[in-house]
Ligand binder design. Structure first.
Ligand code: FES
Length: 119
């Protein structure tokens, strides 16, 4: 399987033409087809990773593709934390990659030992 769209003329099934759409990804125009998810449009353009982890700046894009892992988060039309694999792309969407610092860690209360009185 490939993330790149097969041109209809090369597809043995000969599907009907699907209208094209354009989204803006960090100010750059990316083209896809109607019905694709935002992640599908981005992957179809050859971009495999569009955010980095907060801790070690590791690249992330689509991992599960079914809305479970939250690795594909983007900002869409000003709305943060949108899972790109779950959101259908609409013509004219403005998509921004997002990066967040980890929140300051709150130290948990020390574990209180409970005496073992079973003996
Ligand atoms: S790829 Fe896992 S939630 Fe989108």
């Amino acid at each position: 399987m490939t993330s790149f769209r097969l041109p209809p003329c090369d597809d043995p099934v000969r599907p009907a033409e699907v209208p094209g759409i354009r989204i803006a990804l960090d100010g750059r125009t990316v083209e896809g087809v109607d019905g694709q998810s935002i992640a599908g449009v981005i992957l179809g353009s050859g971009i495999l990773a569009w955010r980095t982890t907060s801790k070690n700046a590791r690249p992330r894009g689509v991992f599960c593709g079914i809305g479970v892992c939250f690795d594909c988060l983007v900002e869409v039309n000003g709305a943060r934390d949108v899972r790109a694999c779950q959101r259908r792309a609409r013509d004219g969407d403005v998509v921004t990659t997002q990066y967040d610092e980890l929140p300051v860690r709150v130290r948990a209360a020390p574990f209180e030992e409970v005496p073992d009185d079973r003996a």
